[in-house]
Design a protein around this ligand. Sequence first.
Ligand code: NOJ
Ligand code: CA
Length: 710
Amino acid sequence: MRKIQLFLAFVLLPMMAAAQTVKSPNGNVALTFTLSDNGRPTYEMTYKGRAVVKPSHLGLELAKDRHASKGKDETDLMDGFKITDTRVSSFDETWKPVWGETATIRNHYNELEVDLNQPSSDRNIIIRFRVYNDGMGLRYEFPQQKALNYFLIKEEHTQFAMAGDHTAWWLPGDYDTQEQETQQSKLSEIRARFNKAVNWDNSSVAVFSPTGVQTSLQMKSSDGLYINIHEAACVNYATMHLNLDDKNMVFESWLTPDATGLKGCMQTPCTTPWRTVMVSDDARDMLSSNLILNLNEPCKIEDTSWIHPTKYCGVWWEMIVGKSTWNYTDEYPSVKLDLIDWTKAKPNGRHAANTAKVKQYIDFAAANGLQQVLVEGWNVGWEDWANMWKADVFDFVTPYPDFDIKYLNDYAHSKGVKLMMHHETSSSVTNYERHLPAAFALMNKYGYDAVKGGYVGDIIPRGDHHFSQAMNDHYLYVVKEAAKHHVMVNAHEATRPTGLCRTYPNLIGNESARGTEYEAFGGSRPDHTVVLPFTRLQGGPMDYTPGILETQLKTWSDNPNYVHTTLVGQLALYVTMYSPLQMVADLPENYAKYMDAFQFIKDVACDWDDSRYLEAEPGDYITVARKAKGTDNWFIGGKCDENGHKSVVKLDFLDKGKKYDCTIYADAKDASFDKNPKSYTITKKTVKRGDVLKLAEAPGGGFAVSLMAR
Ligand code: NOJ
Ligand code: CA
């Protein structure tokens, strides 16, 4: 009897510590932590009393360290914990982003810190929860201690038990790409739909489970709750996927492995990224949420004066469409770069990045108020860039003989324009890091202040994945090195963003999803751009490259494909797809055909003092009004799926007593993305606060409105 009493007092009772609940500042979100009976950390989450995450376990499985543990099995950080302390605190601060959707952002949460000890290993970990009005973040923290110095992660087992068979907007799990089409299905249908999702463009190379999905994952419950799972501040850690137990509707974290299969190499003190669950009964709150940014650390760059939002055009779309080439010659020089005499190479006559053409693009940018001109294919190596042995293809400093780097930069600067650098690494990552100092020195020498990066193809060192811990370290290393050179970074094919642009605002863009380029490769569904703001954009802006007004590519090239929006739908994207970096992606000669519609692209801002999401439903429509930074001008964008949409926009956000010159770019009555994309109307009128605009969006279309204060 006494033995049982002692067991209860010293072993079981501390483990079964009373549940701790912390609520969001407005009380709508509640988070409860308990240790289950075997000392397993467990949490649950509700919104206005409704279950969002049912009781779910937390923990990490560790891998045996071949060298250090002398064959001894590693103790997992999964169970057998006791609570040593808990702390509840509150935080409320308003901060100013260097660029963003609003001039200020409020970071307001209540926090629960749970200190845990695992007696069997004498290890201490902390689980920290931050509860916001629109969701919560949790992370594991590993303080420095004798019993936990270095450790290897076999798998993180963070569960998210869903309360029902929700509708989900999901991408198939993949360690290397997120350039697939989003699938919309019930959670229970993911398994059956998975192969179709993966095979859509055949790009998936490392699928791990038929119920594995990527984040940010947007869901909607049958009773109207919008739930989003993602991560924030993924630093020195592998990108997280979610694997669904589709009998019980429980998601569990599934980290990206490295080439050896390990998922994390850790050294204390360290933390995991935040695991985030956003929730609301209003879809607009998903889009206006700043939860991911708030969970990232404040800006670490002291002088940010050189970081600036940018509209840019570029020598790009004509290569993507197939009319011209990145490479200078069609001869295949499979010899090392420095052995080639480029002045003797035979030009193919289709090399786009030549001095005369780039000059035309600079003139086009200068004439239309665009700040930069991207030039791809300026540097030697494109003849051989996709070979599978690509050890060291690009040096990032040697221009092709027909690209006069000094003259073009001088010419651009004389017109108030900058060239934008391009570094396609073809995923030869170690070599890129070796070339980086010289590459940035060249940029500084000629006055480039932004670089578009790229990671096409398999990672070298071989076997690693685009979303592994080491690759995530690499992308951030490039951003930090770039900051030292006052260079802004926009990397394509890199891992999906997790809000790090708050800490490093020179990270002005990423691709990390299916961009406009796919319209030239076969197309993306019309609902694609009314899903992305709910999913991919949660972690940071996307270089989506909108603005293709000549949507039917066959009118100017041999490419039979067409863009799956109306012309006006392309205008709307400048407002609905928030980014401080916006491409004006079509060719100058195509814009010349639609100068009246092009006016909106010239006028629209890409940095904002305020943003109001007016209407939203994932996969159906998004309407947003934004106030241009430092002005009284507003821009409104509406975008819809293949079904069209009718919007009623009440202008109650305008300043009282002011008059605005309003220009409405709308789909004409007979417009549609597939049959009649270029049928549009432009209407001008004067409006004031309280007026109402009724706007009809065509199938695959949208609308764009500019409101210039008088
Ligand atoms: C893929 C990128 O998404 C695209 O924008 C770029 O032009 C090519 N890679 C070549 O770097
Ligand atoms: Ca891409």
